[in-house]
Design a protein around this ligand. Structure first.
Ligand SMILES: Nc1ncnc2c1ncn2[C@@H]1O[C@H](COP(=O)(O)OP(=O)(O)OP(=O)(O)O)[C@@H](O)[C@H]1O
Ligand SMILES: [Mg+2]
Length: 599
């Protein structure tokens, strides 16, 4: 099975850390006007709703009991006006708050995305792309729930609850005191179930992110999945994953429903009790019937507001997990970058001095050890060595994707560590063997290196990479859409597109990592011939498994287990006993005849 089992999330912290919602402040600040307007409508609605209680009291005591029909008419008019006003305010609030929800979540998502774009490459070694995608989609959507609904409902209910209690107090202090005694009983379930709900939400989000990662991987490797007849097993694995997620969700729903039920039950039992006490007061003549009605109105208002708080608390529990995860992504330290710039006319000088490096995921296992190499301007260096000997790792360090643990790398005499990454990446262009292309047209893929390239530059790059024939055969030429990751091209065509892209980048130093290994020998030799012009004006480092390439270089570096075994020309290395001679022996006969054929 290729699946690694679900990682258990660390235990959820005990308290609800509302501080995580601070990530919403900054995006909210950008829309101050709307936030203030939304809060204003909230206050207005709450105020008017509370005033309605007073209206009810007037309606009963002055209208019903005195039997004055004109007062009844007035009361009706006022109540209708109030209702209209409440409806209008609710409309406004709903619009403003939903608008804010969309806007804030959009900018939060952009912020996290931008932050991740600048993360060190090693971060992506540890985090699956699919899981990060889930963070950016499901977690931000959860946050939208808070901004776009829950928060304003919570605030309205808070106002109604406080206002309701104040009005209750003004109407009948004695009955209010009875009611307040009941409040702690409501808080107990709120706190106990709340933590449970949050724990389950976090677990569930973790499962969902894992499922997203699984989908992404399965679909991007669909040929491997189908090729090994794994459809049923993948489906079964999803069933297992979904089962776990479903079980957790059920537990969460159960905890939440119990919470709502308990809070409602306690609140309304309290109201019933208070009604009974109030009834006694009315019979005794201490309280007017209108005042009791108003008191009940306020009590129901305050109780239902408190009741819905429990639901909101559940929402908060659910989203605080998302907020914490987004916050933890945002608070990941960005790559520490250098500040220095390269000279304006770089020549292509590289010095690697005693570099030792281990990948952060395996810090105990150095893959490059005491690597020292100086490259002169215009020199062509071949790096050969067995698979896994650390060749590509050297390129990754030159590109500043990873920093050496010890030793230093200098380009143009300047320490790579102190240089700005942008500068380093303008200086180099790397072509790997996997030719990563984007789902866009061929033209857009080539232009990726330099969006403002002139047609002459583009044509030159296309010609150098021997793409002319490929383009001529495509249905829409350069404007042909090449599919997700370039799947509509052959492996060799993809490599040539990647090569054209690197040529268009016009680097000082070209790094070719088996850049033509998917090409047939004839095309490989043709490409090499045509980019020779390009290479002759700049320094080139080539990782190669084919002798054709190696033979065109000035010097050859032989790597073995992360160390340099030997450096020299082909002739020099052939003199020595070592892995180069074995390498050449395996390659020599067929390759040399091919070179002759092409040239
Ligand atoms: N991102 C990574 N995280 C952890 N270890 C890695 C990573 N990339 C490579 N390695 C390890 O580093 C070692 C050197 O890898 P590298 O890709 O440099 O080899 P290579 O010489 O380019 O091999 P090949 O010829 O197969 O491309 C390997 O043992 C590999 O397992
Ligand atoms: Mg490699």
């Amino acid at each position: 099975m290729r699946h690694h089992r679900l990682k258990k999330a660390p235990p959820a912290p005990k308290q609800l850390r509302l501080a995580a919602f601070s990530i919403l402040f900054e995006p909210l600040k950008q829309h101050k006007g709307r936030v203030i307007a939304a809060i204003l409508t909230l206050f207005l609605t709450a105020f008017v709703v509370l005033a309605a209680g007073w209206g009810i009291r007037q309606f009963i005591d002055e209208g019903l009991i005195t039997g004055d029909r004109r007062r009844l008419d007035w009361a009706l008019l006022i109540l209708t006006g109030t209702t209209l006003f409440i409806a209008f305010c609710s409309y406004l609030r709903s619009y403003l708050v939903s608008w804010l929800g969309e806007a804030v979540i959009g900018s939060l998502r952009r912020k996290v995305f931008e932050h991740l774009l600048h993360m060190d490459v090693s971060f992506f070694d540890e985090n699956r792309p699919g899981e990060l995608t889930a963070r950016l989609t499901t977690d931000t959507n959860l946050m939208q729930l808070i901004v776009g609904a829950s928060f304003s409902v919570a605030m309205r209910n808070f106002l109604l609850m406080i206002g309701g209690i104040v009005m209750m107090f003004l109407t009948s202090p004695k009955l209010t005191l009875y009611t307040l005694v009941l409040i702690p009983f409501i808080l107990i379930p709120l706190l106990t179930f709340g933590n449970k709900i949050r724990h389950y939400s976090k677990e569930n989000q973790r499962c969902l992110a894992h499922i997203s990662g699984f989908f992404e991987e399965t679909f991007s490797h669909i040929k491997t999945v189908q090729g090994y007849g794994h459809e049923a097993r993948e489906a079964q694995y999803l069933r297992e994953l979904s089962k776990e997620s479903f079980q957790i969700t059920v537990k969460r729903i159960l905890a939440r429903s119990t919470l709502v039920c308990l809070v409602m039950l306690l609140a309304f039992c309290g109201v019933n009790f208070v009604l009974w006490c109030g009834g006694q007061d009315v019979i005794d003549g201490v309280l007017s019937p209108g005042a009791l009605s108003a008191f009940l109105f306020y009590a129901v208002l305050a109780a239902s507001s408190a009741g819905s708080f429990s639901e909101l608390y559940g929402d908060l529990q659910r989203t605080v997990g998302a907020a914490e995860r987004l916050l933890s992504l945002l608070s990941l330290p960005k790559r520490v970058d250098g500040t220095r710039a390269l000279p304006s006319n770089p020549r292509g000088i590289i010095a690697i001095h005693n570099v030792t490096f281990a990948y952060p995921t395996h810090p105990q296992k150095p893959v490059v050890e005491n690597f020292t190499l100086s490259v002169a301007p215009g020199e062509k260096i071949a790096i050969v060595g067995l698979s896994g000997s650390g060749k590509s790792t050297i390129f990754s360090m030159l590109m500043k994707f990873y920093a050496p643990q010890s030793g230093s790398i200098f380009i143009e005499g300047l320490n790579l560590k102190e240089l700005k990454s942008d500068e380093v990446r303008r200086y180099f262009a790397m072509v790997g063997h996997d030719a990563p292309l984007f789902s866009a047209t061929l033209y857009e893929n080539i232009l990726y290196a330099q969006p403002d390239a002139t047609p002459a530059e583009i044509n030159y790059a296309i010609h150098c990479a021997r793409l002319d024939d490929v383009i001529a055969k495509l249905p829409h030429g350069l404007k042909t859409y090449i599919g997700t990751k370039g799947t509509r091209l052959s492996a060799g065509q993809k490599q040539r597109v990647a090569l054209a892209r690197a040529i268009l980048h016009n680097p000082t130093v070209l790094l070719l990592d088996e850049a033509t290994n998917a090409l047939d020998a004839e095309n490989e030799a043709l490409v090499q011939k045509s980019i020779y012009d390009f290479m002759s004006t700049r320094t080139t480092l080539v990782i190669a498994h084919s002798l054709t390439t190696v033979l065109q270089c000035d010097r050859i570096v032989v790597m073995h287990d992360g160390k340099i075994e030997a450096v020299g020309t082909h002739a020099e290395l052939m003199e020595q006993e070592g892995s180069y001679r074995r390498f050449a022996k395996h390659q020599l006969q067929p390759q040399v005849s091919k070179i002759k054929r092409v040239s």
